[in-house]
Design a protein around this ligand. Structure first.
Ligand code: GLU
Length: 478
């Protein structure tokens, strides 16, 4: 007796249930791998994804690579990488170059039904050559559709003539394959850029010719550069993977892209993916173009950094510092305790993880690991003498002695020195203190640095500063 095959039985059952399981909403992201896609392109993926997920629907990725000359594998790989990094999971993936047989079949069907015909005509680029194009028999009529964002739109298709749907039987063009695919894939909602509006009448005519149910369209406003022209590489629009590689958080990119043409109608601007799925509303997307603003993106990323559990940020900070040449070269020992102390001071000065690398390059972390080098003149506050700085440093030296190791932190150091600084002028007192600790014109305040480097290092650096002052003869003040 043949063994029972539970797998086969399972398959049968699922086939039976299929008609009942068809999700009500199916969306897709249909990029062409003809270049590295930027946030203007991925914004479409985000909106399609959110709409599908909030309706318990399906989200499909379809690689539109019918343009053989311009489509490249590296661009396709970049799309996969970007979507994975963003966490936009798709339920199905198709590649149009794998589907030629299907297109031929549907082309033939339209020709058989006399909805399209083969047209022998001279080639455009070389009129001595004859080509066999497939042209759509345009019924020349008025077509109306209701766009979810733009409302009712009417077109007179007679302006389009009998448009081309294939350059040969095996070379269908975009207008044809997009409709065949969306139909066969059960796409119910087509979310795409406004630049496709003028293609929609052609697509609707093809749906009618195929007797296929028409989808709902939502044409998104363009993403614009600051000069209000369409965002493009020309404006320095960067590929999504650039943001990954320069230390942005995927959650921040998702969040920022969701705001390109949409807002929740409240003050809230920071969302995680779950929050976006809940709040997003396709029908509230604006009609006007959305300007891509890198500063705003940096701000959104910082807000997401601030929301990270402290330990996560500390771990990334440590890993990031450890990986740098400078840290290796100088043998920096980023203990977990030091990383935890450094965390808030670094977070305050960065918008993304890449900024940590910049801080390192600009020597903005050196003073946490080693005593700074500088000359005595630098300790001089505006209009004051170096000797005046020495007087304040002496007070600081005595005061820090009185703070116990146990109580050594930013708050108690500040509390001990603040009244003196207020009395003698903050700049007069804090500038030499800060310079003694950091050896730089710009750095966090001295209390923060002192808290991080500890009592011993602070005392040693103040002592060093005093030694420099003692060896320095003030020039007469001018
Ligand atoms: N492949 C087209 C593009 O990259 C998208 C087509 C569509 O969404 O219908 O612009």
């Amino acid at each position: 007796m043949a063994p029972i095959r539970p797998k086969a039985m399972h398959k049968k059952l699922s086939d039976l249930l299929k008609p009942f399981r068809r999700p009500k909403v199916v969306t897709r992201f249909a990029p062409s791998p003809t270049g590295l896609l930027h946030s203007g392109n991925y914004r479409t993926a985000v909106f399609s994804y959110l709409y599908a997920r909030q309706h318990g629907g399906k989200f499909i990725l379809r690689i539109e690579d019918t343009d053989k000359a311009r489509s490249k594998k590296e661009y396709e790989d970049n799309i996969f990488e970007s979507l994975e990094w963003l966490g936009l999971e798709y339920d199905e993936m198709y590649r149009q170059s794998d589907r030629t047989d299907i297109y031929v079949e549907y082309l033939q069907k339209l020709i058989d039904d006399d909805k399209a015909y083969v047209s022998k005509e001279p080639a455009k680029d070389d009129p001595t050559r004859t080509v066999e194009l497939v042209r759509f028999r345009n019924p020349n009529k008025k077509i109306t559709f209701t766009d979810l964002i733009r409302g009712d739109i009417e077109f007179d298709t007679s302006d389009l003539g009998d448009f081309v749907i294939a350059r040969s039987m095996t070379e269908p063009v975009f207008h044809f394959v997009v409709v065949v695919d969306d139909h066969l894939m059960g796409v119910t909602h087509i979310v795409r850029g406004e630049d496709h509006i003028s293609n929609t009448p052609r697509h609707l005519l093809i749906y009618e010719a195929l007797s296929a149910p028409k989808p709902t369209y939502a044409h998104l406003p363009l993403v614009l550069a600051s000069d209000r022209s369409k965002l493009s590489k020309r404006h320095g629009a960067k590929p999504m993977t650039y943001y990954r590689d320069t230390g942005y958080m995927p959650a921040a990119l998702l969040n920022y892209m969701s705001l390109l043409g949409w807002n929740p109608g409240t003050e809230q601007e920071i969302f995680d993916l779950k929050g976006l799925v809940k709040a997003f509303d396709l029908s509230k997307v604006q009609k006007g173009g959305a300007i891509f603003n890198e500063d705003k993106l940096r701000w959104v990323n910082k807000e997401h950094l601030k929301l990270l559990p402290k330990d996560n940020f500390t771990a990334v900070l440590k890993a990031r510092i450890d990986a740098t040449e400078r840290a290796k070269e100088l043998g920096w020992n980023v203990t977990p305790e030091l990383a935890a102390k450094l965390g808030p001071a670094v977070l305050e000065r960065i918008n993304n993880y890449g900024d940590i690398d910049i801080m390192i390059t600009e020597r903005d972390l050196d003073y946490y690991f080693s005593d700074p080098a500088y000359d005595a003149e630098s300790l001089r506050w505006k209009g004051e003498s170096v000797q005046a700085s020495a007087t304040h440093l002496e007070f600081i030296q005595e005061t820090i002695k009185s703070i116990s190791e146990k109580n050594w932190d930013e708050g108690s150091i500040k509390a001990a020195l603040w009244p003196y600084a207020e009395e003698h002028g903050r700049g007069n007192v804090l500038w030499p203190f800060r310079y003694a600790l950091a050896g730089k014109d710009k750095s966090p305040n001295p209390f923060t640095i002192a808290g991080i480097i500890g009592k011993d290092a602070t005392a040693r650096r103040v002592h060093e500063a005093l030694k420099k002052c003692a060896n320095h003869a003030d020039k007469p003040l001018t």
